[in-house]
Design a protein around this ligand. Structure first.
Ligand SMILES: [Zn+2]
Length: 535
């Protein structure tokens, strides 16, 4: 960093920028070494590096260091990158000199700096500062420690890196989670008694910090532009309390009064994804009209059925978050089993279950037209947990078999229950009939019961009743064939059933068809033996 910058900058901020500078340099070198060229991301980071008050000569030094100080190699990288379509400013590579933007003219960095300074002194930043968690103080004793004391450094650095634009959000989350978990932290317990997995807490803290920083910049821009109006952005699946004010234009006071700016549950508070931009009356055009907002609110409130439950858009996004958390827990389980030297089959089962959860997540997201946020799943840095395609296929088949057996058993039980109920009704009817002298009590009752159970005893049946039975079985057989070809007609909730359940039912119907065929053929054989077969 240039001496001139260092003397101007606030002491704390200066340290942050030195850290940032170093991180960017390291990352650029790593990228060039890995790809053998100045990649698009490296080019972007070089741009951001310039914003920190650097010259094209400084840039050349980094690039040269990535090829071990070799000039011809450096020139080759330069020649190549200038040809690339993704190059944002060829001048950086074409005019190597010591010129840099003086701090007074570096409006972009001034803006970030002011926002960071404001944020560090402001009550708002307290949201991530007041977060605390229990730390094992050795001998199993857990002590409450404010988050700021141990990890605020990581979070502050990450927010600075994010604000600079040189690093993307997901990279930073992974990085901070890595830093925290490598020190053994798994769960963050808040003073409120709630607890979160580390990745959830980090995501929340970074998102909140970054949102507030963006808010600071918007506020400063608004003041510069002489407006007191701000447009809040709109995003799908916002929580109901935020959905009512999102997408609209408010004064700064209203941002506080209506949208709860500055409070935990409000705008830019815990886990809020909203931000706001200066709005200049008579010049700015609203991004979202009232009619559009109303239409979207109506659409989002609509409930869509999925596997026997109904979700509106917000509920669906909540469900997505639950699924992501469950998948991270499953990943952890798979890893712990492996570390603990569990049986191979158990580990495999845990991994396959995880893959099945991923499949379900994909399907759910598609159904509700919500983007998948897999980075939330992978933020735990556990690497690949999913099994190979082949292994998974085999497991799925086993699961389908199990599900099919369960589904068939369920249907058998239901049928049995129905038959018993029918039987009981019939007994009740007969009791009534007996009392009303329609049939003789004892003999009548017995005879009818016998008939009911004699169904399977075809050898004692008259040929006429065997023929009737054949027609009856044929009818049932055709019905079952229709179930298989058009299942949704037979089961109104067919599309809400899982694939396993569907497969299971189909197999069960097929088995029934085989049984009917068997019954028909047995009767035909018997009729043929008697010489009564005429079909
Ligand atoms: Zn929000």
């Amino acid at each position: 960093m240039k001496q001139e910058y260092q003397s101007i900058l606030h002491n704390g901020i200066e340290k942050k920028y030195l850290m940032l500078e170093e991180e960017i340099e390291k990352d650029i070198v790593r990228r060039i070494q890995k790809a053998g060229k100045i990649t698009s991301t490296a080019d972007w980071q070089i741009q951001r590096y310039m914003v920190l008050g650097h010259s094209t000569e400084d840039v050349e030094n980094i690039i040269r260091s990535s090829v071990g100080g070799d000039y011809p190699d450096t020139f080759r990288l330069y020649d190549e990158v200038i040809e690339q379509e993704y190059v944002r400013s060829r001048a950086i590579y074409e005019q190597v000199n010591a010129h840099f933007v003086p701090y007074e003219q570096n409006y972009e960095l001034q803006q970030i700096t002011n926002a960071l300074i404001q944020q560090s002194n402001d009550e708002l930043f307290n949201i991530s500062k007041s977060l605390g968690f229990m730390v094992d103080a050795g001998n199993g004793r857990r002590v409450f420690t404010p988050l700021s004391e141990i990890y605020n450094g990581y979070l502050d650095n990450a927010i600075t890196m994010m604000a600079s634009g040189a690093f993307d959000y997901n990279t930073l989350i992974r990085r901070v989670v890595g830093e925290m978990t490598s020190s053994g932290l798994r769960v963050v317990d808040y003073a409120s008694g709630r607890s979160n997995r580390v990745d959830v807490a980090v995501r929340r803290a970074l998102l909140t910090g970054m949102g507030q920083l963006t808010g600071q910049i918007s506020r400063m821009n608004g003041q510069k532009l002489g407006t007191d109006q701000y447009e809040v952005d709109w995003h799908p699946g916002a929580r109901p309390e935020h959905a009512v004010w999102q997408g609209r234009v408010w004064t700064y006071q209203q941002l506080i009064d209506v949208c709860g700016l500055g409070s935990g549950p409000g705008l830019l508070g815990w886990n809020c994804h909203h931000t706001y931009y200066p709005f200049i009356e008579g010049i700015s055009v609203r991004n979202y009209s009232d009619e559009w907002l109303e239409e979207m609110n109506r659409k989002e409130a609509q409930k869509i059925p999925y596997r026997g439950k109904e979700y509106n858009t917000y509920e669906a996004t909540q469900k997505q978050r639950q699924m992501e958390t469950a998948m991270r827990a499953q990943r952890e389980k798979a890893q712990l089993l492996k570390q603990g030297g569990a049986e191979k089959d158990d580990i495999l089962n845990a991994r396959c279950k995880y893959q099945a959860m991923l499949d379900e997540y994909k399907e759910f997201s598609k159904k509700f037209n919500l983007p998948e946020q897999r980075e939330r799943i992978y933020a735990d840095l556990r690497g690949r947990v999913a099994p190979s395609q082949h292994t998974y296929k085999k497991w799925q088949e086993e699961q389908a078999d199990k599900a099919a057996r369960r589904a068939a058993e369920k249907e058998r039980r239901a049928e049995r229950a129905m038959r018993e109920k029918a039987e009981n009704n019939r007994r009740a009817d007969m009791d009534k009939a007996a009392k009303s002298d329609i049939i003789e009590a004892d003999g009548g009752l017995q005879k009818m019961n016998l008939q009911f159970f004699a169904e399977s005893d075809m050898y004692n049946q008259e040929s006429g009743s065997l023929k009737r039975a054949i027609r009856k079985y044929e009818k049932r057989l055709h019905e079952h064939e229709a179930y298989i070809s058009e299942p949704e007609k037979h089961c109104p909730d067919w599309n809400e059933k899982s694939v396993e359940e569907q497969e299971g039912l189909k197999r069960h119907w097929q088995k029934e068809i085989r049984n009917f065929n068997q019954s028909i053929n047995d009767r035909i054989d018997e009729l043929k033996k008697r010489g009564d077969y005429d079909g």
